[in-house]
Unconditional design. Structure first.
Length: 675
């Protein structure tokens, strides 16, 4: 194949393959970019959904707190809004930052100053109580109360007497005494600063709980809290916080039921909690620098140092603002629940919410958000940020991995196909070049083989024409020479014709079941007669040899080619042995010589067309390189195989295996050739 055609064919294969590979890579990149854009669009859509739900939640909280503020201004209390688990306290703050509502009821008062003589007697009675002498202590307390002239001293003795009666198990008497204390001495404070009415209320609630009378317990608690909020019972802010915590804990563990009294008591307790939380939040807000003067159409939310959140409304015409202390954890939980409920069919996504100071309020579940990230700013509360991303889910990653593997596999297969095509193209070109060279050598060898006998015949013919041959004996010798050269030329022409038929795919077609013994003997005898010099050819035929189905002329041609090679590559007087025997279901035709042998590395090539072994003796010996390929073709047409065993400088053995026909006259369907 010309070099230009080879280059053109290579380009026709390489360029489309490279173009297809580049298109595949570009397609893979385009798919990745499209997937990224789709994720970004989905993240933007989800961000709007998260923002809407987030703003809706704070809008509802804001509306509830404004309604509670109206209740504060109407002196109804913020109990309705505080029933929500999201709001801890609601209050109204004046323009200058002072607490406007709820008004603080806290106040501290002077402790009871008892007469020293009465104090000594009281301490003696308390000593009897501590030792467990309750009857004597009761008598002592009653005697002191009968002689007490001070109202405050009477309150102290009522508390001590009720305490002692309860220890003695006289619960009804204790309740009566505590009731007198609540009704008659609500403002009395003990020497250590504790309001005695508060002590009486807590003890009464505990006794009523023991007596399984929850409604009475809640009524006592409601009356006590109302007096505390109204300032009737003096208590500091710290004491009020303690009473609130004690009553809440007591009711959770001991009191159940209560009906309407429970609801009224819990409403009053909620007002107390609101007042306490409002003061805490207001103080914490003042420590952060108070409230700026910036007005917002919606709430702003600030996070206190304690982790609590304060919602701040815009000031009204009087400069008053509605503020609310929000429960951070409850808000986060509710926010997550609402968002997940709203976007439950949105698939795998992650989000993050930051407050106005850019601190993380709700962190992403899967760590830092993966790009692409869409960020939005919230209008309510103002300046809060929402970020949403749609990370690659296992399904998306699996699909992308499959597309990458498919594209990579296609590119790899394309490159392998390209490489294999180039390899086989190169091998074909090389083989074509080798065959072209072999054919050239074949034509040269055939021309040389034909020229020699033709030159001899022409020379003898000219001698006869010129009358130079007059001796009859010499004439006979010359005629034998002409006949020998003509037979040689005939064999050469027949060999070329046989090769031509073989190359065209034609096979022997005159098959008959015959005995090979006579055919082999006749062929050997004929071959010996045509030799220029005497060579010993030994023929051994096994007796009673089975008949085989062969084309007689083709088989004789194969045998003659093997004999010709044996004579050509072995020197006289080395004998040539031809044997014919049966082994199993085969007849073996063996041709053995003691010639130069064949190199083991070349045994697999000697049956190829035009191939000749590359050694010194071969180069000195004439030949066409088609004899053994013709033999192989003939043997394969007979469903047989040919084998060769050879040792350099010792000789070669060629064995033709011919299968015996089966009972129905057919041959086996498979055969093989080995060398």
């Amino acid at each position: 194949m010309p070099r230009k055609q080879l280059v053109l064919l290579t380009l026709l294969i390489v360029l489309p393959a490279l173009a297809l590979a580049l298109v595949s890579l570009a397609s893979l990149r385009t798919q990745a970019e499209d997937a990224e854009r789709e994720r970004e669009k989905l993240a933007e859509k989800l961000a709007r959904g998260v923002s809407e739900q987030f703003e809706r939640l704070f809008s509802e909280v804001e509306s509830a707190c404004r309604a509670a503020a109206k209740g504060l201004q109407a002196a109804e209390g913020p109990a309705n809004s505080l029933a929500s688990p999201l709001v801890e306290a609601v209050w109204i703050m004046a323009k200058e930052g002072t607490l406007h509502l709820p008004r603080s009821p806290w106040k501290s008062s002077q402790g009871v100053q008892v007469d020293p003589k009465l104090q000594n007697a009281l301490e003696e009675a308390e000593a009897l109580e501590i030792r467990g002498e309750f009857p004597r202590a009761v008598v002592r307390y009653e005697t002191l109360m009968a002689s007490a002239s001070q109202r405050e001293a009477e309150a102290v003795l009522l508390n001590a007497l009720a305490r002692c009666r309860r220890k003695m198990g006289q619960l009804s008497d204790a309740l009566a005494l505590y009731g007198r204390l609540l009704m008659q001495h609500p403002a009395t404070v003990s020497a250590n600063g504790m309001p005695l009415a508060a002590v009486a209320a807590l003890e009464t609630i505990s006794i009523e709980s023991e007596l399984q009378r929850p409604e009475c317990a809640f009524q006592v608690g409601r009356d006590f809290l109302q007096k505390l909020l109204g300032g009737v019972i003096p208590a500091s802010r710290e004491q009020a916080a303690y009473f609130c915590a004690e009553m809440s804990a007591l009711w959770k563990t001991e009191v159940s039921g209560g009906g309407g009294a429970r609801e009224e008591c819990e409403r009053t307790l909620a007002i107390l909690r609101n007042a306490l939380a409002a003061e805490d939040a207001a103080e914490a807000l003042q420590k952060l620098g108070g409230i700026d003067d910036t007005s917002h159409s919606h709430w702003t939310v600030r996070t206190l140092a304690s982790g609590k959140m304060v919602g701040i409304g815009a000031p009204d015409s009087a400069g008053l603002r509605v503020l609310a202390c929000l429960r951070t954890d409850a808000l986060k939980t509710q926010c997550r629940t609402d968002i997940e409920q709203l976007l439950r069919y949105a698939g795998h996504f992650d989000y993050e919410i930051r407050d106005a100071q850019q601190a993380v309020w709700i962190a992403a579940k899967d760590g830092p958000l993966q790009p692409p990230v869409v960020r939005l700013s919230s209008a309510r509360p103002a300046d809060w940020g929402i970020a949403v991303s749609v990370p690659e889910s296992p399904a998306i990653r699996s699909g992308a991995r499959l597309r990458t593997l498919a594209a990579g596999g296609m590119i790899l297969l394309l490159l392998l196909t390209l490489g294999a095509s180039l390899y086989f193209l190169n091998a074909t070109v090389r083989r074509t070049a080798e065959l072209s060279a072999l054919k050239t050598d074949f034509v040269s060898a055939v021309s040389h083989e034909m020229r020699t006998p033709l030159a001899t015949i022409r020379m003898i013919t000219e001698m006869f024409q010129l009358g130079r041959v007059t001796d009859p004996q010499m004439s006979e010798e010359y005629m034998e020479t002409v006949n020998s050269e003509a037979e040689r030329l005939t064999r050469l022409i027949n060999k070329v014709l046989d090769f031509s038929r073989m190359d065209a795919g034609r096979k022997p077609d005159s098959f008959a079941v015959v005995g090979l013994g006579g055919i082999v003997r006749d062929a050997v005898k004929k071959f010996e007669m045509g030799l220029a010099e005497h060579r010993e050819i030994r023929v051994e035929v096994e007796p009673d040899l089975p008949e085989v189905r062969v084309d007689e002329d083709a088989m004789v041609q194969a045998l003659l080619n093997l004999l010709e090679n044996a004579v050509k590559y072995s020197a006289a007087p080395a004998p040539i042995e031809v044997s014919l025997r049966s082994v199993g279901r085969e007849v073996l035709l063996v041709v053995a010589d003691e010639g130069i042998g064949i190199d083991p590395s070349q045994l697999g090539k000697i049956f190829e067309r035009f191939y000749r072994c590359e050694d010194e003796l071969t180069r000195k010996t004439t030949g066409t390189g088609i004899g053994l390929s013709i033999v192989k073709h003939i043997v394969e047409a007979h469903r047989g195989r040919i084998e060769v065993r050879s040792t350099p400088a010792e000789g070669s053995v060629f064995t033709i295996h011919l299968p015996l026909p089966s009972e129905n006259g057919l041959y086996p369907t498979s055969h093989s050739q080995t060398a």
